[in-house]
Ligand binder design. Structure first.
Ligand SMILES: [Zn+2]
Length: 271
């Protein structure tokens, strides 16, 4: 599933092709995504120039002269910039045609992706309004995480994965950040000491920055905007490494099921 680093990698891949270009036509081949694409969406965006491509959590925001396209890759979505319109393949659902002659094509076998258009500020959209801070922004600080963990009767890992608390920290990156912080995933959030919280904030930032730097983790069917897989998987300390030696101490990495999610940790390196 594309997580924040994969979405950011995609953003960086597509932005140079979109920014400053005019959308000549948006073609919906199949409306049946997670939510049906609005019938009037193509008419709302046709002829508009793309001002910028940004990201909020795992949503790509394509800012237009009048309004914003909000695109989510879902579980299996990917975007490709294509030169000439080649034949559609299975699961190609959307084309955004540009005045450069290129087009941005959305493919999504599992159809958990989505496309919305809003004329209002995108932060007010129902999909974005309730989201917590971005992990790489200045709002996500030790003070912030310390404060939000104090009254929570919940383990730290699901708390980190709660998008109301902080966005874009999926299972892989929560597991890896906790390893870097030396904190076991099952610890009660409110029991974490200040120093542990500080290490965790650093760990989240570090793991996401590294993953973005190498173009994402690539799990199974994910590919970036340029069609190349990411390489972060080779750098994982614990995620999906059950029974293998910890890269730091050599003891076997442990596996637990926590809230129906697989979680991985080193009992020696994480307290
Ligand atoms: Zn270890």
């Amino acid at each position: 599933m594309p997580e924040l680093p994969e979405v950011e990698t995609t953003r960086r891949g597509i932005a140079p092709h979109l920014t400053g270009r005019r959308i000549t036509r948006l073609v919906v081949h199949d409306r049946r995504l997670r939510w049906p694409v609005a019938e009037d969406l193509p008419a709302s965006v046709a002829g508009q120039r793309v001002l910028d491509v940004t990201r909020r959590a795992k949503y790509l925001l394509i800012a237009l002269e009048r309004g914003t396209l909000i695109l989510h890759l879902g579980m299996s979505g990917s975007l490709r910039v294509l030169d000439a319109p080649p034949g559609r393949r299975l699961h190609d659902h959307l084309d955004i045609e540009l005045d450069s002659g290129k087009l941005l094509r959305f493919n999504d076998p599992r159809r958990f992706g989505s496309l919305h258009f809003t004329a209002a500020p995108p932060g007010d959209h129902r999909l974005l309004a309730q989201l917590g801070p971005e992990p790489l922004d200045s709002e996500f600080t030790e003070e912030y995480l310390y404060r939000v963990t104090r009254n929570r009767r919940v383990a730290i890992k699901p708390l980190l994965m709660n998008s109301h608390v902080v966005v874009g920290v999926g299972n892989i990156y929560a597991s890896e950040a906790l390893f870097r912080a030396g904190v076991r995933p099952g610890r009660m959030a409110r029991g974490l000491r200040r120093a542990e919280i500080a290490r965790l904030v650093d760990g989240v930032r570090e793991v996401l920055r590294m993953a973005i730097g190498v173009g994402g983790t690539t799990l199974r069917d994910y590919v970036g905007a340029d069609g190349k897989p990411g390489y972060f998987r080779q750098k994982l300390f614990v995620y999906e490494r059950a029974g293998q030696p910890c890269r730091r101490c050599g003891n076997p990495v442990r596996h637990r099921t926590q809230g129906q999610r697989s979680t991985y940790f080193c009992a020696h390196c994480q307290a």
